[in-house]
Design a protein around this ligand. Structure first.
Ligand code: ADP
Ligand code: MG
Length: 266
């Protein structure tokens, strides 16, 4: 049986049109899928949908890769890499968050717990999910955020920078409380939190329980106002147990993990 051959003029035209659409992958998909379509007897609509689907999924994937690279994660981690047997109590809460609904509602997430329990891993993994879902994401430590905002403030650009950051669907602030803030830094951090309040999401991680945040921000009233805004629309997840890094090494806890997140000595 003589296969219906596409004329080389039509192939050239597809090539030209795909270029004009800035969708060069269509040229390749169109040719490959045309053979498949003829063999399998697809309708014209099936064929068109298959070609467009390849282009859209390739665009989404490369967009996600760009957003993941631009986010500044220390190292890229995924939820699939996370061993929930080490944190069984949070499995359901994390899988609900993985749907990304919290981002659409501009809700926050606070991950508390001793060192090595997976706070940074989970914050990063949810950031990666968000990037796949089309959100722009930025990740940095609390100290780096303060340095960044201090610089913007010094240049008289703070308001503009906060407005620019609001265009990111998710900002991750890792290691709140690792270093205490100067009053000026605490104030800048407060402005970041306020500027995102009910507009866009934050994920914060901390080794300290909220009761320890007064010491970080140098002032109980500032800390209370900040915590109020952060947790008004938020999930707070407390990770428990020994450091995942030290599993199976015969070391049960680090000296710094003696203070547990509910403020008691372990
Ligand atoms: P934290 O931020 O709470 O100090 P991390 O998220 O940095 O801890 O975790 C420390 C290391 O252990 C990372 O390499 C992380 O990927 C890994 N890790 C921690 N918890 C888990 C887990 N439940 N499953 C897989 N890897 C984990
Ligand atoms: Mg961490």
């Amino acid at each position: 049986m003589a296969a219906v051959k596409t004329t080389s003029d039509t192939v050239k035209q597809i090539h030209y049109l795909a270029g004009a659409l800035k969708a060069p992958r269509i040229t390749e998909a169109a040719a490959r899928l045309a053979d498949q379509a003829r063999d399998a007897g697809w309708t014209h609509e099936d064929y068109l949908a298959a070609v467009l689907e390849r282009e859209v999924s390739a665009r989404n994937a490369s967009g996600a890769q760009l957003r993941i690279r631009a986010a500044g994660f220390g190292s890229v981690k995924t939820l699939e890499d996370f061993d929930f047997d080490a944190q069984p109590a949070i499995r359901q809460q994390i899988s609900a968050l993985a749907s990304g609904a919290f981002l659409a509602q501009a809700r926050n997430l606070v991950l508390l717990g001793p060192p090595g329990t997976g706070k940074t891993h989970l914050a990063t993994a949810l950031g990666v999910k968000a990037a796949h879902a089309g959100h722009r994401v930025l990740f940095a430590t609390a100290t780096d955020w303060v340095t960044h905002l201090t610089e913007a403030h010094r240049q008289g650009q703070l308001a503009r920078e906060l407005a620019r950051l609001r265009r990111y669907g998710l900002i991750i602030v890792d290691e709140v409380g690792y270093l205490p803030f100067e009053p000026e830094a605490a104030n800048l951090f407060f402005q970041l939190v306020s500027s995102r309040y009910e507009h866009a999401s934050l994920i914060l991680t901390s080794n300290l329980p909220f009761t320890g945040w007064g010491g970080v921000f140098g002032d109980q009233a500032v800390a209370a106002a900040m915590i109020d805004r952060i947790v008004h629309h938020a999930d707070v997840i407390t990770l428990k147990g020994a450091s995942y890094r030290l599993r199976g090494r015969g070391i049960d806890s680090l000296p710094s993990s003696r203070i547990t997140t509910d403020g008691t000595e372990s």
